[in-house]
Design a protein around this ligand. Structure first.
Ligand code: G3H
Ligand code: ZN
Length: 271
């Protein structure tokens, strides 16, 4: 099955999960888990993952595209949390259907100006653009569940920037290793009613299954998950690494553990 466009996967009224890909094993696990669940999925590569690969986007993107093209389920490719415009401009050449420009750390006016420019560039290159308003905490390691996106400001932001989807702050926080976040479901419904574009939930690893399901029913369309895979990966490596020298002996169970998490979460989100 060829890669599909993100725009075809993220639509009103249904949930699709987007999993962060750091290594080849992540990409293999995400696609295997999606095949087990029989659900479409998005593989996303973040700016931080590109930094990990010595600033090179090409190799991990090419590996993910190759795996996606041989998948039995639809797979989209998304470039995530981009703050560097030079990286944004690389998205068009590597098979991405979409990109998130993250200007949420800027003040409102600066976020609007930078995001509008990113959206215009993305649309001129056939890409779907996600932006963020009301910074979802935890990107710097400190959990902040308190930030909330204002529906009036979000409506004005979408109109002023022309974005295709909006990441909103509704109670989740990045990089949580336990699943204890509580979402503001009334705010999700309010944002869904106010905005003409699909909503994106970041920091979804910390959100319990029933909260995720309720969020999708309330209008969250793209559910971003990263840390949950790393918890599974690292847990499995810790269990087997002492006994082996060959990395395949501990990376195989780590990949299987991530794949099981993907299959489970896809049943919760897209099932
Ligand atoms: O953009 C990626 C997600 O927001 C991942 O967040 O690692 O807390 O699941 P997470
Ligand atoms: Zn995020």
């Amino acid at each position: 099955m060829p890669l599909v466009r993100t725009a075809d996967l993220v639509t009103f009224g249904r949930g699709v999960a987007a999993f962060n890909v750091i290594t080849l094993e992540h990409a293999e696990a995400v696609i295997a888990g999606a095949e087990t669940a029989g659900a479409a999925v998005i593989c996303q590569i973040s700016e931080n993952a590109v930094k990990f690969h010595h600033g090179r986007l090409g190799p991990i993107a090419a590996a993910t595209v190759a795996l996606a093209e041989n998948s039995s389920v639809p797979v989209g490719l998304h470039l995530d949390h981009v703050t560097d415009v030079a990286l944004l401009h690389q998205a068009a050449g590597h098979g991405f259907g979409s990109v998130m420009y993250d200007g949420s750390h800027h003040d409102y006016a600066e976020n609007v100006a930078r995001t509008a420019e990113a959206a215009a560039w993305a649309h001129a290159h056939g890409l779907w653009l996600e932006a963020e308003l009301g910074e979802v905490g935890g990107k710097d390691g400190a959990h902040a569940h308190g930030a909330r996106t204002d529906p009036g400001e979000a409506t004005a932001f979408v109109a002023a920037t022309g974005v295709d989807a909006l990441a909103v702050a509704v109670g989740s926080s990045h990089a949580m290793t336990d699943r204890t976040a509580t979402l503001d479901h009334a705010l999700i419904r309010e944002l869904r009613a106010a905005l003409p574009v699909p909503l994106v939930l970041h920091g979804s690893s910390g959100v319990p299954d029933d909260e995720l399901r309720q969020a999708v029913l309330g209008g969250m369309a793209k559910i971003n998950i990263g840390t949950a895979l790393n918890v599974a990966f690292t847990g499995a490596v810790r269990e087997s690494v002492q006994a082996h020298v060959d990395p395949r002996k501990y990376l195989a169970p780590a990949r299987d553990a991530m794949s099981a998490v993907v299959a489970h979460l896809l049943k919760v989100i897209a099932g």
